[in-house]
Design a protein around this ligand. Sequence first.
Ligand code: NAD
Length: 433
Amino acid sequence: MTSESTTTPDKTEDSTVESTEPESALETARRQLHQAASHLDIDQNIVERLKHPMKVHEVTVPIERDDGTVDVFTGYRAQHDSVRGPYKGGLRYHPEVTQAECVGLGMWMTWKCAVMDLPFGGAKGGVAVNPKELSSGEKERLTRRFAQEIRDVIGPNRDIPAPDMGTDPQTMAWLMDAYSMQEGETTPGVVTGKPPVVGGSEGREEAPGRSVAIITKRACEYYNSDLNGTTVAVQGYGSVGANAARLLDEWGATVIAISDVNGTMYDPEGIDTAAVPSHDEEPEAVTKYADDVISNDELFTLDVDVLIPAALGNVITEANADAIAADLVVEGANGPTTSSASAILADRDIPVIPDILANAGGVTVSYFEWLQDINRRSWSLERVNDELETEMQAAWEAVRTEFEQRDVTWRDAAYIVALSRIAKAHEARGLWP
Ligand code: NAD
């Protein structure tokens, strides 16, 4: 790329746009790239390069249905940047998977891996299919065929997929098996998030929630509030929400509200989080076990110390940001706060610890899984959790330093850490040819 390369200004570069809702993953990723770049003295050509994925693969995936008919689905793998190491990111099965969404989410993965200082770049992929309409056999055939179609572009040193929406450890086991069969050797490091029996890591499933809890603890300490006596509300009681809530409860916080899709369990005296089944253990159990149920909208208005949105994206918007009464927001879900809402919360001096830091425990333990796979040596759960704590602490310190030195939001501080690492790697390696 030359310095003459043209940059077409687009909506994502204009931080003065009145309302950016709704914003696509790609728009968000590019806007945050420009926002971070505006604080750094980096070559604009690198920024221009990072606006685009390195490669996007589109494949068709035919499968034989159980009734003998054949359906053909479209699959993608968007590989954004690999300057710091192999591409890394989830594979989702969802009817609304698009190429643009994969590109945007792949960029998010680049920033997330960099803020954690993992030797990975970012990617995302998926198949546009409704997994609920697939039998287990059909899902297996779809996964094996998709693995075959993308085989040339993935691998332990190229691109390492992981579970995402609509995919799970079993999906990763099939993908690993299909890849290994074609390669002629068992290659566990081609995917992460596998069952431990085939090279998965202990602690992987709990890791995103654990990192949310670790970062919440750090943030509370930073704002001089002891976890003992800190009140917490958690939206979503699935993998991320339940694991975060239970750990914070265990560490002394008082979790006064947890919610699922049906409503919010509320107890100002504190909920015994271990006694409430998570989404995985018993779907939609929260309201069933509750004495007092309030609405999901009310959860956001509770006067708590910490609010953890851990269910979905785009739930804190310009419509409800003014009503948030929490002193601190820690993002458990990916992208729960829209950019307009982030601006409102910043104006109201409510700190928001961003997703790319708070829930990055998932990809961090995926990195540990990859290390275990390529070294053919498994780690104990204790070691996984200790190393996760160490990595989260290092990332927290890096982000805190930027936050304090530059007087920016926590989100900008995290993106500044990520982008400066990526830009330095690009500068050192240079643009080829
Ligand atoms: P999950 O499916 O295990 O749980 C989601 C929970 O949210 C369920 O309790 C569900 O009932 C609840 N929910 C859904 N809609 C809701 C609504 N409108 N109001 C209140 N609750 C609602 O999902 P998860 O794996 O915990 O993921 C949650 C979020 O965290 C997603 O944004 C996901 O992308 C993100 N995330 C997940 C991981 C991971 O590895 N699991 C890692 C990083 C980020």
